[in-house]
Write a protein that binds this ligand. Structure first.
Ligand code: SAH
Ligand code: SF4
Ligand code: F3S
Length: 466
């Protein structure tokens, strides 16, 4: 579903009377967008739309967009150009831009692409049906006002039948000076724990084995919920939520992302070490290894505090894997400051690091600062960083060699149908033959004990032990 194709532009037939026609969704950006797309696909199917076989045949095309960096934003304009052309040949085509670029640009998008029918921000994802009803009356619709996110009554159409995303908190109240998310995703809104539990129970009842709790700043979960205090401590934190959902039968693994070092607690680490279903993987971006840059970024912690968190995790959960996000060439970053970022990666030995060169974003403070760095510096630093990240990941992966790891089979390896693929509890992608030594055939959804034989920078291979 989430891929593009290229077929020639020709005049197309109208959808038949008894169906709404077909839809196509392309998703850019983070897991939050993926989760929103799955919900919007569910809404469209309930309305009677069928999934199209190809993007250029669909009667409704929805781009769920990302604005985190300029290159992500530009991608959508090139996709839209093609669809706008098509709309002149097939006026019944419905063209929708959802997600973060929609929120950022609002009505300006209609001026840029007059062929659009609907521009809808991420807070409006669950309202897709009523927005389309308005479109049906012949209007061009823009839905970007601040909106309380309604509990979703429809069933998401999920890509995986094994692993499910579960939103727990929407939005972000931080003000990192480089980041567009707070302005496009709005204020934090936590879902009530009961609604989250109900959703997970439903997933478990239809065979899901793993869930990932999602939030841009997941440690903020519960701050906006009615306060219950017990023994002088606020209830309804992420830690409380983990305890609350842990016993759900059928769910074997629980993950969560993304953690913010500013709010990360020792209590959370304790819960992760105590609760058997919570996987030993932490995604905690640090963004820069230099305290002055962290300050300019408005991150609210020092690199010493960050290191303390990681050391505490390693002390309490020695096998844990740690991943992070890093930005290089932030305005004013000196070579010395950049080297501090490299030093942290060297010192902490991350399992994985998502890297990016700083990209100035609309409505963010850092974009207006005069000390922007030249493109060459961005490219050079990113290249140097990526080399180190790959090397570190490979070194970290060596610890898996000849070890037994439990992998949840998620699907068939698209490059070899005799192999399955899944992830270790520590989130390493792993491939293995679908037959065990006693001839047992493994299937997606199985938890398989593997002996890890091959170790690469970003994946592992092993063989089933029985
Ligand atoms: N909420 C998470 C991450 C949100 S966005 C957090 O607080 O860390 C995902 C990642 O994109 C960020 O961690 C950051 O590394 C990167 N990013 C965000 N804005 C960026 C920008 N303007 N330029 C380059 N990278 C950026
Ligand atoms: Fe962006 Fe900062 Fe919020 Fe993360 S915590 S989404 S980086 S503003
Ligand atoms: Fe992109 Fe929006 Fe996610 S900007 S990273 S899709 S929150």
């Amino acid at each position: 579903m989430f891929a593009t194709t290229s077929t020639p532009l020709t005049k197309e037939p109208l959808p038949s009377e008894n169906s709404r026609g077909s839809y196509w969704i392309t998703t850019f950006g983070c897991q939050m967008n993926k989760a929103d797309s799955e919900r919007m696909a569910g809404i469209l199917e309930e309305m009677g739309y069928l999934q199209a076989k190809a993007e250029l045949e669909a009667d409704l095309v929805l781009y769920n967009t990302c604005s985190i960096r300029d290159n992500a934003e530009q991608k959508v304009y090139s996709y839209l150009g093609r669809q706008a052309l098509r709309k002149h040949l097939s006026p019944h085509l419905k063209l929708i831009v959802a997600g973060c670029v929609a929120q950022q640009e609002g009505e300006a998008l209609l001026r840029r692409v007059p062929e659009l029918d609907l521009v809808m921000g991420p807070q409006h994802a669950n309202r897709l049906e009523s927005l389309l009803t308005k479109v049906d009356t012949g209007q061009q619709v823009v839905a970007t006002e601040e909106h309380y996110i309604l509990e979703d009554l429809t069933t998401a159409k999920r890509d995986s039948k094994i692993c499910g995303w579960v939103n727990v908190i929407y939005g972000c109240n931080e003000r990192c000076t480089y980041c567009v998310v707070p302005s496009v995703r709005g204020k934090e809104q936590s879902r009530p724990p009961q609604a989250i539990r109900l959703e997970i129970e439903k997933l478990a009842s239809i065979g899901y084995k793993e869930i990932t709790l999602l939030g841009q700043n997941i440690d903020a979960y519960g701050r906006d919920l009615p306060g219950i205090t017990k023994h002088g401590r606020r209830q309804n934190t992420l830690t409380d939520l983990l305890y609350y959902i842990h016993e759900i039968k059928g769910i074997e693994r629980i993950r969560f992302a993304t953690s913010h070092p500013r709010y990360f607690t020792t209590r959370l680490i304790e819960a992760c070490s105590e609760l058997p279903k919570v996987c030993e993987h932490f995604h905690i971006p640090f963004q820069s290894g230099d305290n002055d840059i962290l300050k300019a970024m408005g991150r609210g912690y020092t690199i010493e505090k960050y290191k303390k968190i990681i050391n505490k995790i390693r002390e309490m959960i020695p096998n844990a894997s740690i991943s992070a996000d890093v930005i290089v060439a932030f305005p004013g970053e000196t070579n010395k400051q950049f080297k501090r970022t490299l030093a942290i990666i060297h010192e902490m030995g991350f399992d994985q690091v998502n890297t990016a060169a700083y990209s100035p974003r609309p409505n963010t403070p850092a974009a207006k600062w005069p000390n922007q760095l030249p493109e060459e510096t961005k490219i050079e630093r990113l290249k140097e960083l990526n080399l180190l990240v790959e090397l570190t990941a490979k070194n970290r992966n060596l610890r898996y060699k000849n070890k037994v790891e439990e992998v949840l089979a998620e699907g068939v390896n698209p490059k070899d149908s005799n192999q399955l693929m899944g992830r270790t509890r520590t989130n390493r992608l792993t491939f293995f033959p679908n037959k065990g030594p006693e001839g047992y055939c493994y299937r997606p959804g199985d938890l398989v004990k593997l002996l890890i034989q091959d170790v690469r920078s970003f994946s592992l291979s092993g063989r089933p032990l029985k």
